[in-house]
Structure formats: structure tokens, C-alpha cells
Write a protein that binds this ligand. Sequence first.
Ligand SMILES: *[C@@H]1O[C@H](CO)[C@@H](O)[C@H](O)[C@H]1NC(C)=O
Length: 226
Amino acid sequence: MTYKKVLIPVGILLGACIGVYFTYFHRPPTSDILAANRQRREHIPDMAGPGMSKLDDDYEYSDGEDDDDVTDFGEGPEAAKLSARRWLKFMDANDLVSIGELYDRCEGDSKIMLGKVAMVPDPVRGGIMARTYLNTTLKKEVSGGEMYIECSYNGKELYSNHWDLCTVEEGMDDRIIFCPIGVGKQKFVKNLEIPSYLPKGRYTTKAWLTNQDEDILGCAFSDFTI
Ligand SMILES: *[C@@H]1O[C@H](CO)[C@@H](O)[C@H](O)[C@H]1NC(C)=O
């Protein structure tokens, strides 16, 4: 074979690889990813949960506006709205890009918001992380349970799995779950790396925790694009 005959297929292959790389893997700079997710969320108010579409409507906080320690909002639509607005304020005050919410259950309109998922830059490795904030009040000791996760990529189911709740974080440096988890106020912050090898696209995830009696402890929904 002459050089030319070899070089042409090699060139085509190389071109194809570079094309695939730029189409699927080459991510925009971290600041652009953050800006895009901030914008997306602001334009899809329904995704942000009950009462989240506007910060300055006529709703008044009934109490505890300056109290950092509210983790028990009660039940019902008003409580749901109050919880959502508190977390919106928290995200706003800390200038965080929201990519998800945590609730006390997976279904229904009056879900109480227990936390938020923010997209933050990773100062150590570069790239981005998902940071979960959770403030809750446990009414019953947790001595066991499961953690479930379902992920979709560009609208198609990609991955689902479940683990034992008490050991899911075993071996992690920043472990936060140690069983038994006692009753009362619990506040957690957890960073998870969004791996740089993930292809570009839209990721939606649902994750939920159950206790030893298979009661749902909480449910998280997130939605972001990279
Ligand atoms: C959650 O708890 C943290 C730490 O106490 C507090 O700073 C934050 O305001 C709380 N968030 C909400 C929405 O209450």
C-alpha cells in the first residue's frame, strides 16, 4: 500500500474520533456550565417545586424567618410552600446554582422541602460537583434501610441501583451516614463529584431513602446539563 492509501483512512478515523470527542465529551468551561444550569432553572419555574417560581410574591413568612434552625415545617400545602421558600432564600443568599430538591416524600403536591442540590465548582480537581444540603427532623430512629437511585440521560433510563443505607458510604472520607441515626434535628452537607468522563447532555436523577420499616425518609430529584 502506498502512504496515501493508509493516510486517508487514518485521517478519516482521526477526524471521526475528534468529532465524537467534541460532540459528546468536550465540556464547556465550568463557568459556562454553571451559567447554563442557572439559566435553565430560572426559565422552568415548575421544576423548582411548589411556590418556587417567584421570590417576591405576596406570601409572608408566618414565623421563624430569621431562625436558622427550622427543620420541622409541619404538614400541608402552606407548610410545603414555606419550606420551599426558605430553601429558595437560602440558595439565593448563598448565590448557589440549584439543580435539585429534596423532599419528605416522592409523590404528591404538598411535599415538604428538606433540602437542595447545588452545582458548585470543584476547587480541588477542577470541574463540577453536586452539593446536597439537607436539614430535617427525624421522628424515629433509623437503624437500617435502603438507598435507591434512578438516572436518566437525555430522557432515557440509564442506570438504577440500590444499596444498604447504613453501609452505602463505608470507606468514604466525608461519610455522613452512621447507623443508628438518632431522632431530632439532622443537618447534612455532602459533595459528590460529577465525573469529567460523563458525556455531554441532560441528566435527571431520582434518589430516595427508606428506613428499616420501608417508610420513605426522603426523596431527591435533580436535573442538570453538562
Ligand atoms: C439549614 O441548616 C443550616 C445550618 O444550620 C442553616 O445555615 C440553613 O439556613 C438551613 N437552611 C434552611 C433552609 O433552613
